[in-house]
Design a protein. Sequence first.
Length: 359
Amino acid sequence: MKDLIDIRDLSPEDLQKLTDTALDIIARPEAYSHLCQGKKLATLFFEPSTRTRLSFEAAMYELGGQVLGFSQANSSSAAKGESVADTARVVECYADIIATRHPLEGAPLVAAINAKIPIINAGDGGHNHPTQTLADLLTIRRRKGRFGHLTIGLCGDLKYGRTVHSLIGAMSRYEGVKFVLISPEELRLPEYVRRDLEQGGIPYEENRDLEDAMPGLDVLYMTRVQRERFASMEEYERLKDSYILTVDKLKNAKPDMCILHPLPRVNEISVLVDSDPRACYFEQALNGKFMRMALILRLLGIPGEKPAQEVPTGEMVPGLRCWNHRCICQVEQELPQRFRRDREGAYRCLYCEALAETE
Ligand code: NCD
C-alpha cells in the first residue's frame, strides 16, 4: 500500500517496525533530523484539528522537511465546489506526501485512488482515524510492553468515535485481546464494526456501567461524545455527559491500568485524574508525533523502499447502492459506487464500509 487509509493497511509486523522506529527516533532524534530534507508534506484539513495537524507538521519539520497546506475547508477550493479527486491531483503537483482530514467518510480513499503520491487519512468523518491509532499503540507499547493479552475498555461515543473504530481494527489482530464496550444504547458501535468483531471471532462484551467494568481493564480508552456528528442537538445534550471518569471511579481499577483519550476532552475525564500515574493522554499526544515521523519515513521510503503502489478499488455491482448519507459517494455524485466483500461475502461500500443495499 502506498497510503495509510485504514489501520489494517498495516500488518502487525508493520506496526512493530513503526513503533521500533518511533522508539529509535525518541532515543536518537539527531539521526533523523535531515532525512526529509527537500521533501514537502501537504496538510489538507477540511475539519478542525489541533493535535493531528500540528503533530504532522512538527513531525515533518523534525525530519528536516517542509510543510504547506490549509486548516479550513473554506480556505480551499472545496468552498468553490472542487472535488476531493481534483484537489488531490492538484496538490500532488506541489508536495511529496499528503495528510488529509475530511468530514465525509471515504474522502481520503478517493484522494488515494486519484493521486500518485502517498495519502494519509488524518480522520474521515465518523469512520476511521488510523494515525491516532498509531499514537495509541506506541503509548500502549511503552506502558504495557505488549499488544496482546489485554482487556481494553472503550467508553463513550462508540458510534461516531472514529478513533475507536481504528483502534479496534488494529488490536483485533493480537492474541488474547478482549474488548469491553461501554456506551449508551444510542452510541453503540456501528453495525459494520460489530460484524468485523463477530466475523473475526474477537471476544467482546457490552457493559453500560463503567465502574462495574473497571476492575477487569488493562486499558481504558475514554472518548468525547462527537457533537459535530449529531443530527439533533437535543440528543447530544442528553447524551454528552453519559460517562465522566473521576478519581473516585478509579478506586477499583488495576494499579497499572492505562487511561487513554485521543483528546480533545470536554467533560469525560475530570482534571483531577490528570495527576494519577495511570493517566497517559498527554504522553499519547506526544507519542503521536513520533509515530507520524515514523509513518512519513515509511511512506516516502526513507531509508529503504517505497511501499507498493496498490490502492483498493473494489468492484461495481449493478443494483447495489451505499445509502450512508455521511459517505463521500453520496455527496460527490460522479464517484462510481464501488464495493468490497466482507468475510461472509456481504457487499460493503468501498469508501465507508456501510453494508450495501439494493437500489
Ligand atoms: C480525535 C478525532 O479527531 O477524531 N481527535 C484527535 O485527532 N486527537 C478525537 C475527537 O475529536 O474526539
